[in-house]
Design a protein around this ligand. Structure first.
Ligand code: ASP
Ligand code: MG
Length: 420
């Protein structure tokens, strides 16, 4: 069996959803678990709904949510004839779930509400795509992954309970695969043992697909994207980005670690553990070779570039000119763990500790507040973090020219610059 994952861009228009039919028909002899992301920018739109709700702007939240609803209803109307009514009923159930919550006032953490709202994007998209494929002759069974993927309650970054989930996969997914050949479900989301929705981190549906591939011993996983393959940089930031035909798991883990948006960092391990190859292919032209990621060594990779914007630098200094040593640093790492903060870069000096973080205001404020109990803390925002793997002199000069350099960190393979 195989696992396919279609990202948000592959279902962001009527034509693109229609385009899934020939792709799926090409593989009609295969048993496939298909993961479909939220359509286009739906996840971002739902984040805005959660933000408005949490900051007490109930009307705005409902209004923003209404736009998302209307977009999905319009898409469903354009695509579906015989399957419209049942699909509409399913969508309306999900709408009600969210609206019911939006009418309340927030009493829990932001991350909890975020997950309850944002998970709807995948439920909407999969309902529509499943109905459409069924109508177009690609028989499939829609499943609510929240009945299968059990997680902890670390909202926005939930961890999967592998044992429970594997049992559910055997119980609910395997029989459907045997009956229908295709099972269509959501990525990125799950549920706690109290049936609260959770999410696994942005772009998490690649990871969901990999967990399925692992649990079902898939022959391969394919991620269908709007780019022709994995590139050595984000072509939106670097128009002359190059295509990479072959990579190994380790390089992809490194790329993801430094923030390349190609593949969710957690995706590789479940595949690597079972030696399952990962294909990255273009849904706009499935005949293109794309990229294969497997265990083979490789040579002569081009420089791989990752640029992370919206970075914040926290500079923490000792108050009395004493060294910032293991006690301070140990304490700081406890705070990172407690606040679920993953620094993108850290550097320890004699009387200072520097760390670069994604600019998530709430978390940074909490960290700064707690750290200021034992260190002086200064925060600088609006920075970017440039990482170059397999770097050379020319590329470093080209990409840092005219920028002001706040920090540099270097190993033989990787160099990082904090730029303002
Ligand atoms: N829809 C989610 C996101 O945009 C998850 C995913 O597509 O992987 O982050
Ligand atoms: Mg976790």
């Amino acid at each position: 069996m195989k696992v396919f994952k279609f990202g948000g861009a592959s279902v962001n228009s009527i034509d693109r959803i229609k385009n899934l039919v020939p792709i799926m028909k090409h593989w009609d002899k295969e048993k496939i678990v298909v993961i479909v992301s939220a359509m286009g920018k739906t996840t971002n739109a739902l984040e805005k709904v959660a933000d408005a709700f949490y900051t007490g702007k109930k009307e705005e939240a409902l209004q923003l949510f209404d736009q998302v609803k209307q977009q999905h209803l319009t898409t469903a109307k354009h695509l579906l004839v015989t399957h419209y009514l049942p699909c509409e009923a399913q969508l309306k159930d999900f709408f009600t779930e969210v609206e019911w919550l939006l009418h309340d006032s927030p009493v829990r953490d932001y991350d909890y509400y975020y997950d309850q709202v944002v998970c709807a994007g995948e439920l909407f998209s999969t309902s529509i795509v499943s109905a459409y494929l069924n109508e177009a002759g690609v028989g499939n069974k829609w499943l609510d992954i929240r009945d299968i993927f059990r997680t902890d309650d670390d909202f926005r970054d939930a961890s999967i309970d592998w044992e429970f989930t594997k049992q559910k996969v055997d119980e609910l997914v395997v029989p459907e695969l045997n009956k229908n050949n295709i099972v269509l479900t959501q990525g990125f989301i799950g549920a706690t043992d109290e049936n609260e929705s959770t999410t696994l981190g942005r772009e998490g549906s690649d990871y969901t697909a990999a967990v399925f591939a692992n649990m079902l011993d898939a022959d391969s996983q394919t991620i269908w994207k709007d780019v022709e393959s994995v590139m050595n940089a984000d072509p939106k930031q670097f128009p002359d980005a190059l295509s990479i035909p072959e990579l190994n798991y380790n390089e992809v883990i490194e790329m993801a670690y430094y923030g390349a948006q190609v593949i969710h960092p957690k995706t590789i391990k479940p595949l690597q553990n079972k030696g399952i190859p990962l294909f990255v292919k273009c849904f706009l032209d499935p005949s293109l070779p794309g990229t294969v990621i497997h265990n083979k060594p490789f040579h002569n990779l081009p420089p791989i570039i990752v640029l992370k914007e919206k970075q914040a630098l926290l500079e923490m200094n000792s108050r009395d000119f004493s060294f910032v040593g293991e006690q301070h640093v140990g304490h700081l790492y406890h705070l990172f763990e407690k606040l679920h903060i993953k620094p993108n870069l850290t550097q320890n000096g004699a009387i200072s500790f520097l760390c670069v973080l994604d600019d998530r205001t709430e978390k940074i404020e909490k960290l700064a507040l707690e750290a200021s109990a034992f260190l002086d803390v200064q925060v600088k925002k609006g920075l970017s973090l440039l990482t170059i793997r397999h770097y050379n002199k020319e590329i470093v000069e080209k990409l840092t020219a005219g920028k002001s350099l706040l920090l540099r960190q270097q190993t033989p393979e990787t160099v990082q610059f904090l730029l303002s």
